[in-house]
Every structure is written in structure tokens, then in C-alpha cells.
Design a protein around this ligand. Structure first.
Ligand SMILES: Cc1cc2nc3c(=O)[nH]c(=O)nc-3n(C[C@H](O)[C@H](O)[C@H](O)COP(=O)(O)OP(=O)(O)OC[C@H]3O[C@@H](n4cnc5c(N)ncnc54)[C@H](O)[C@@H]3O)c2cc1C
Ligand SMILES: *[C@@H]1O[C@H](CO)[C@@H](O)[C@H](O)[C@H]1NC(C)=O
Ligand SMILES: *[C@@H]1O[C@H](CO)[C@@H](O)[C@H](O)[C@H]1NC(C)=O
Length: 491
């Protein structure tokens, strides 16, 4: 067995597989699936409901496992290296504005933790820049994307062995395998039978990203939220921790970003286009944060934010979905369609890309059309427990950030940082798939659970999967208990 993914294998390395793949959605999951399936020799078509690729948004955390596959895409790798945050700093405040941890050079901190600063466990990235990078790659490849195509239903046909979907205007599309990458609320839920209820966590986030020139309106704000290091040329993340809230700012070349976590208000919605104006934030932000109001400088930063920029994003919770595929394995969900993450988990984008890389590889290993259902099952076994664990860490992180215990922060500044465990970032979804596919399929055929098989775990070592629910997690939080992660090495 050749282990692919260790060396660079650009487009053209893999012979044609003859498999027709239909991808629905051009988020990170769909775009990665499209280019990786093309590289692995599959024929790819893409559908998207919007009129173009939506490059809105502010930032997200891109974990190392989601960027390893760039080695196969030299132009993307070059661009990623140029837009990435090098030489970043991090500084911690109380929400009231009192500094608690001086600016630290992230590279130094990585070295102190025994890590290589050249390959950090992940970095914050600007969504618009990452998307533009993907769009250019898709254009270079000449990928066929049919825009303005809103999918309303999915189907599969056992006799022909095809999967398919139907668009709003009644057009039918078919392929050997359909990848539903249409995000939270995927229209494939009905066929897959994995529908889970979305419930309000009671929390929401104000989030804004805008051109840094807007800070010229208030010179003191501009001076305070300056970059740092030699000639003030290095980006800095400032985190704010307070009772029942946290915030974050990022100052980088050209762009200013801020985020504040708060109780959901009437205007919160799970929608990246749901904007409100600065005054509403200023009117609401001091409610429920105890005797000390928010830092005046943070308020002035908010006041500098241009109109129609602040997204009031409601955080909805969903239990892990029991199933990600249609009964005969011809429709398979990836990314947010299969599992939703809270933004504070730092894992939504990463897991979406990992899914896409894993699935493209499993389909390559399937080799023929009749083996697709087996490959889809193998892919889900590789992904399910890892994802459920990452979701749980996300809740645990949210709790950690919201309820800072200052007596502990004093002794251990790491408590003020979200958990980003080794089992999360050490993974390479492509190499892992090639190393373990045969073993995984064998165990699957014998009916051995994935976490009891001899496949090396890509989740906390020693963990045994047990279904869990948001309700249980919420009970722990309400009772002031740390989230019960379960057995195994979660660090
Ligand atoms: C506009 C936008 C801005 C975002 N900004 C941020 C951010 O700032 N920070 C952050 O952490 N996360 C952000 N996210 C979420 C983040 O991109 C995802 O959580 C993560 O990357 C997983 O991506 P995904 O590809 O699974 O889903 P998504 O990124 O949600 O992509 C789903 C795609 O499917 C398309 N689609 C949906 N329904 C249909 C349908 N019925 N038919 C056809 N196409 C359909 C959508 O238009 C979209 O292009 C944003 C998402 C969007 C869509
Ligand atoms: C999201 O918000 C925008 C702007 O308010 C609105 O036009 C759009 O219909 C909303 N989308 C959904 C799915 O509610
Ligand atoms: C936020 O919600 C929590 C839990 O419901 C509540 O205890 C707290 O008082 C709320 N804060 C505000 C500002 O309403």
C-alpha cells in the first residue's frame, strides 16, 4: 500500500478514477472536496445557491491538519504563507481594560511548549483572504460551478447506484456520489435521517472586521490598538476576559477585527449577514458583566466600526448527528452539514477541511463505483468519534472563556486560552486514511467498533465513544461542574 500525502503530489499525479462526484455548496468543505477530488482523479461538478462565492466574514482558526494538504497545491501554499499571521503577539486583559498578561510573542510561547514555530498547531486567518485563495485555485483548475442553484432535496437510487439532488427550479442532478457540503441546515437531512434540533445556547457574538483606516476617526483608539514589535509591524491578538463574557481584538495589516461574546438579544440570529449598528452594542454590552463596565477603549473601538459591519451571530447548539449518509451511501454530508461547531471551538473550518480530504482519499481507495458505499462507511468511521470529541472540546472552551476564575488565571495564564489538544492538531487526514483504510475496512466487516479496533485513534487515546447530548453538557455548566469530557487523554 502506497501512503499518499507524505510528499507533494500535484494535480496530474493520480490517474482518472472514472467516479462522478457532485458537490453541493462552496464553503470551505465544498471547495476543498472539489479540488481534492479532482486531484484524486474523480470527475467533479459543483452546485451553489448563491450567485457567487461568498467571501464575507471575519476570522477563523485554521488548524494544522487542515493546511497540510496545501503541499499538493503550490500556488495556494505560497498564498497561504503570504496571508498568514507571522510573528503574532497575544496580550490578555480583564474586560474592564486592566492588563493581566503582558504581550507575548506567540513563537516564543510555542518554543517554550516544545513546538516548532514554523508549524504552529494553527493560526487565526481572515475568512475573506482564505476564500479568495480557494477561489483562485478553483478558477485555475477550471472547476465547473453552477451558481444560483438552490438544492431543495436529495435522493438516491439503489438500482442504478446513483445519488442525486433536485434544485429549486426542478432540475435533477445525478452522480456516483453526492457530497452535501451545504452547511448548517443541509437539505440532505431528510434523506440521511440525521436531523437534530437546533437549540439556543442563550449566547451570541458580536463580530466585526473592517478596514483599519476607520480608526483614524479616533487617534487614541488607533494608538491603543496598534500593531506591535519592530516598527509596529507585527499583528496582535488582545483577549478580554470578564464575568460571563469574553472579547477579542485582532490588529493586522489593513484590517481591524473585534469579537464580543454576550447573552443573545432579540436581534441575534444564526446568519452571517445579520448586522446591527454600533449603538446597539454600546447600549447592551455592560449588562450582566458585574460592577465593572467594559473598557472605555473597547467602547471607543466599537464606536469606530462602520455601518452594516457588526454581525450579531446567535450561537445555536446541536447534538452530534447520528448519521451522515443516505441508506445506500450515495449521499454523504461533510463540514457543517454533518456537525456544527461553536465559533469558540476553533474547529469548524478545520474539521470541514479534514472531512473533505478524508473523503476524497477514501473515494480514491474505493477504486470502483460498486465500492463507494464501503468507502463512505470507512470515511465516517474515521471521522465520527474525532468530530464528536472536537465538538465537546468546543463546549468546554466556550465555558472556559465565559467564566474566568481570576484566582486561577493568576497562577496559570493558560487557563485564559482555549484548549487545543495535541490529538486535534497532530492529525494528518490524508496520510492517516492511507495508513489505516485497509485495517478500518477489515474491522468494519467484522463488526468491530472503531474505538475497539486496532486502528490507531485520531481522538483522545483511551476514549470510548458514548452518545452525549447538549443537555448533559448544559447541566454540568449550570451546576458549575467542568464539562465531563469522558475517559482518555484529552490534552
Ligand atoms: C458568509 C459566511 C461567513 C462566515 N463567516 C465566518 C466567520 O467569520 N468566522 C467563523 O468562524 N465562521 C464563519 N462562517 C462559518 C464557517 O465558514 C463554517 O463554519 C466552516 O468553514 C464550515 O464550512 P462549510 O463549508 O461546511 O459550510 P459553509 O461555510 O456554511 O458553506 C455552505 C455553502 O453551501 C451553500 N448552500 C447552503 N444551502 C444550499 C442549498 N440548499 N443549495 C446550494 N447551496 C447551498 C452556502 O451558500 C455556502 O456556500 C461563515 C460562513 C458563511 C457562509
Ligand atoms: C440572513 O439575513 C439577511 C439580512 O438580514 C436576510 O436577507 C437573509 O434572508 C437571512 N437568511 C436567512 C437564512 O434567514
Ligand atoms: C445572561 O444570562 C444568564 C443565564 O440566563 C443570566 O444569569 C444573566 O443574568 C444574563 N445576563 C444578562 C446581561 O442578562
Amino acid at each position: 500500500m502506497t501512503i499518499h500525502g507524505v510528499e507533494s503530489e500535484p494535480v496530474g499525479t493520480f490517474p482518472s478514477s472514472g467516479l462522478d462526484v457532485l458537490v453541493v455548496g462552496t464553503g470551505l468543505a465544498g471547495l476543498t472536496a472539489a479540488i481534492e477530488c479532482i486531484r484524486k482523479g474523480h470527475n467533479v461538478r459543483v452546485l451553489e445557491r448563491a450567485a457567487s462565492i461568498n467571501t464575507l466574514g471575519d476570522m477563523y482558526f485554521m488548524g494544522l491538519p487542515a493546511t497540510r494538504f496545501f503541499k499538493h497545491w503550490p500556488e495556494m501554499k505560497e498564498e497561504y504563507d503570504s496571508i498568514g499571521l507571522h510573528n503574532a503577539w497575544i496580550e490578555t486583559y480583564k474586560h474592564s481594560g486592566e492588563q493581566v498578561v503582558k504581550p507575548l510573542y506567540v513563537n516564543e510561547r510555542l518554543k517554550a511548549a516544545g513546538l516548532d514555530p514554523k508549524t504552529p498547531p494553527g493560526t487565526f486567518q481572515l475568512r475573506p483572504l482564505i476564500y479568495r485563495m480557494f477561489v483562485k485555485q478553483v478558477e485555475r483548475l477550471g472547476v465547473k460551478i453552477e451558481f444560483n442553484t438552490r438544492v431543495v432535496d436529495y435522493f438516491e437510487d439503489e438500482t442504478t447506484g446513483k445519488g442525486g439532488c433536485v434544485s429549486e427550479d426542478g432540475k435533477r442532478f445525478e452522480a456516483d456520489v453526492v457530497i452535501a457540503a451545504d452547511g448548517v441546515g443541509s437539505k440532505s437531512q431528510k434523506l440521511v435521517g440525521g436531523q437534530v434540533r437546533a437549540r439556543s445556547s442563550g449566547r451570541a457574538m458580536w463580530r466585526a472586521a473592517f478596514p483599519i483606516e476607520n480608526l483614524d476617526k479616533d487617534p487614541e483608539v488607533k494608538a491603543h490598538y496598534t500593531m506591535i514589535g519592530p516598527d509596529n509591524s507585527e499583528p496582535i491578538v488582545r483577549t478580554y476576559l470578564g464575568p460571563g463574557t469574553y472579547g477579542m481584538t485582532l490588529t493586522r495589516p489593513e484590517t481591524m477585527i473585534w469579537i464580543i461574546n454576550h447573552n443573545a438579544t432579540g436581534s441575534s440570529a444564526e446568519n452571517w449577514s445579520n448586522t446591527i449598528e454600533p449603538q446597539e452594542v454600546l447600549d447592551e454590552m455592560d449588562k450582566g458583566v458585574g460592577p465593572n463596565p467594559w473598557s472605555p477603549m473597547m467602547k471607543r473601538l466599537i464606536a469606530c466600526t462602520p455601518e452594516k459591519t457588526i454581525v450579531n451571530f446567535e450561537l445555536l447548539w446541536r447534538d452530534p448527528q447520528p448519521s451522515w449518509k443516505s441508506p445506500n451511501g450515495r449521499v454523504i454530508q461533510i463540514g457543517d452539514a454533518a456537525h456544527s461547531f461553536l465559533p469558540a471551538s476553533g474547529n469548524g473550518a478545520t474539521q470541514a477541511i479534514e472531512d473533505a480530504v478524508s473523503l476524497a482519499s477514501c473515494l480514491h481507495l474505493a477504486g470502483s463505483k460498486d465500492k463507494i458505499p464501503e468507502a463512505v462507511d470507512a470515511h465516517i468511521r474515521f471521522r465520527f468519534i474525532r468530530n464528536a470529541c472536537a465538538q465537546k472540546v468546543g463546549f468546554s472552551n466556550a465555558e472556559l472563556l465565559q467564566d474566568t476564575d481570576w484566582s486561577k488565571v493568576k497562577f496559570d495564564p493558560r487557563r485564559a486560552q482555549p484548549k487545543h489538544p495535541r490529538w486535534v492538531w497532530e492529525h494528518d487526514p490524508e496520510v492517516y486514511t492511507y495508513e489505516n483504510f485497509a485495517k478500518n475496512v477489515e474491522a468494519m466487516k467484522k463488526g468491530v467498533r472503531f474505538d475497539e479496533s486496532d486502528v490507531s485513534p485520531n481522538f483522545p487515546k483511551g476514549y470510548k465513544y458514548e452518545p452525549w447530548s447538549i443537555e448533559g453538557v448544559m447541566e454540568d455548566m449550570k451546576a458549575g461542574r467542568p464539562v465531563d469530557l469522558g475517559p482518555g487523554d484529552w490534552n
